[in-house]
Write a protein that binds this ligand. Structure first.
Ligand code: CU
Length: 470
């Protein structure tokens, strides 16, 4: 099977998409199964065939090319093992589609007749469920219930009409626990049919339309394959299987209407928070929210199996954080059973432990922020708990976090990272340099007493009762 490779950036992207030259004999065969190169965001070109639409930009991802065949839009998905780089130095063995996890975004227009060929190159059977869509029951992809599972090595065909506009997801409905824990999923966008003036009564045209899937994986530090039986204790929290600082920034020109489409196929909810702007939820999996039913928000919770489409005018220049508000979810791998050490005095203890464990380090007695700057030895192929550096120092982040970069005068379609924001003079929080009177006295340490005797078991003084996972 020949695989086409793509390049990052609108200018170079995918001119070869057009299938106008494909002959009748070729149309009798399978559409080419395209695959991307790399993990950079690949901005799709204007649609070369089929009805026009404004393409979505899949964060650190790409959209699947198609061919038109007798008025039907044909796609080819290949479910297969992949290696996904979550951030430089940290790659994970996953299952995905067409060389990546998540799979490519499928973009169609309301009313399109769509045919999707699904080839199974996984070691076990699979199926594809088109989450949220109206379609004939036998196209719903629930193996055993509405179709036989697709055996390893076989290709199945799904065909239906995309009946309503919105953001949808696709994922297996066969051995879901394992296959979704391995990252087998993707996004589907059905663009609205527009009137003669190129408008829709309830769906605005976005200047920046960005989509991503939330992800959760359990990857032991130093290992490369997720623990597929995990129910709650995940440690890698991703957007489109990338983790900060490996997630591209969300770039907007000042005044742009920005739309974020965020889907959740993890096992927990994610409150997504945007700094510096209020947004409205303009769509859910159920469709467009009527304008009269929208209200302003700065955080929206995205429950398991849900999609939220949010929109705002990016009118405040700057570098604004966008992140999941569960603070564990903006971190990389960490030991969830590490005892809390705040206020515990390690003095005297560390030297004694180092006689037995030479590289023992004391951690956490003043909080854990030191870890954002610390060069700690980590197992190979591990994403640190906190990483990323900004113009003012370490960001102490590592998972579901990116930066909305709003700038004056960017070109339409310019998605390049504009670098750090240049703050106008006098607009950055600063240290108080005035007289000290009025300041409260410095706090005394909670405990200055060294451990009672050298023979005392150290853990008795520093460990909290232990057992339940949080
Ligand atoms: Cu979260």
């Amino acid at each position: 099977m020949q695989r086409r490779h793509f390049f990052s950036g609108a200018a170079t992207a995918v001119a070869a998409l057009s299938t106008a030259s494909v002959g009748r004999a070729a149309l009798a065969g399978l559409p080419e199964a395209a695959a991307p190169a790399g993990t950079a965001t690949q901005v799709p070109p204007a649609p070369p065939t089929g009805r026009p639409f404004h393409p979505v930009v899949t964060l650190n991802g790409w959209s699947l090319p198609w061919r038109m065949n007798g008025g039907v839009k044909e796609f080819h998905l290949v479910a297969e093992p992949v290696v996904r780089e979550f951030a430089p130095g940290f790659s994970v063995n996953l299952w995905g589609y067409n060389g990546q996890s998540p799979g490519p975004t499928i973009e169609v227009v309301e009313g399109d007749r769509v045919r999707i060929f699904v080839t199974n190159r996984l070691p076990e059977h699979t199926s594809v469920h088109w989450h949220g869509q109206r379609l004939p029951n036998g196209m719903d992809g629930v193996s055993g219930l509405t179709q036989p599972a697709i055996p390893a090595g076989k290709t199945f065909v799904y065909e239906f009409t995309a009946r309503r506009p919105g953001t949808f997801m696709y994922h297996p409905h066969a051995d879901e626990m394992v296959q979704m824990a391995m990252g087998l999923m993707g996004l589907w966008i059905t663009h609205p049919r527009l009137d003669a003036r190129g408008r829709h009564p309830q769906i605005a045209t976005a200047d920046r339309d960005i989509a991503f899937l939330l992800g959760a994986f359990a990857v032991e530090p130093g290992s490369r394959t997720p623990r597929v039986n995990e129910m709650t204790d995940f440690n890698i929290w991703s957007w489109n299987s990338r983790v900060f600082p490996g997630i591209d920034p969300l770039v907007a020109r000042r005044g742009d209407r920005v739309r974020l489409r965020i889907g959740n196929l993890t096992m927990t909810n994610h409150p997504i928070h945007v700094h510096g702007h209020e947004f409205e939820v303009t769509g859910t999996d159920g469709g467009t929210v009527p304008p009269s039913a929208r209200w302003p928000e700065v955080t929206t919770d995205i429950a398991v199996g849900q999609m939220r489409q949010i929109e705002f005018i990016a009118d405040e220049p700057g570098d604004w954080a966008v992140h999941c508000h569960k603070s564990h979810h903006t971190m990389g791998a960490m030991g969830h059973d590490v005892p809390t050490m705040i206020g515990v005095d390690h003095r005297g203890l560390v030297g004694r432990i180092q006689k037995i464990v030479p590289d023992y380090m004391a951690m956490g007695e003043r909080g854990m922020a030191d870890m954002g700057a610390m060069e700690m030895p980590l197992p190979e192929n591990t994403h640190p708990m906190m990483s990323g550096t900004g113009p003012f120092g370490p960001l102490e982040m590592g998972g579901m976090f990116s930066v909305l970069k709003v700038r004056e005068g960017l070109a339409r379609g310019d998605w390049r990272d504009p670098g750090a924001y240049a703050h106008p003079p006098g607009t950055v929080a600063r240290e108080w340099q005035g007289p000290a009177e009025g300041l409260p006295p410095a706090a005394a340490p909670e405990s200055t007493a060294p451990p009672a005797t050298p023979a005392a078991p150290a853990r008795a003084t520093v460990r909290k009762p232990h057992g339940a996972h949080h």
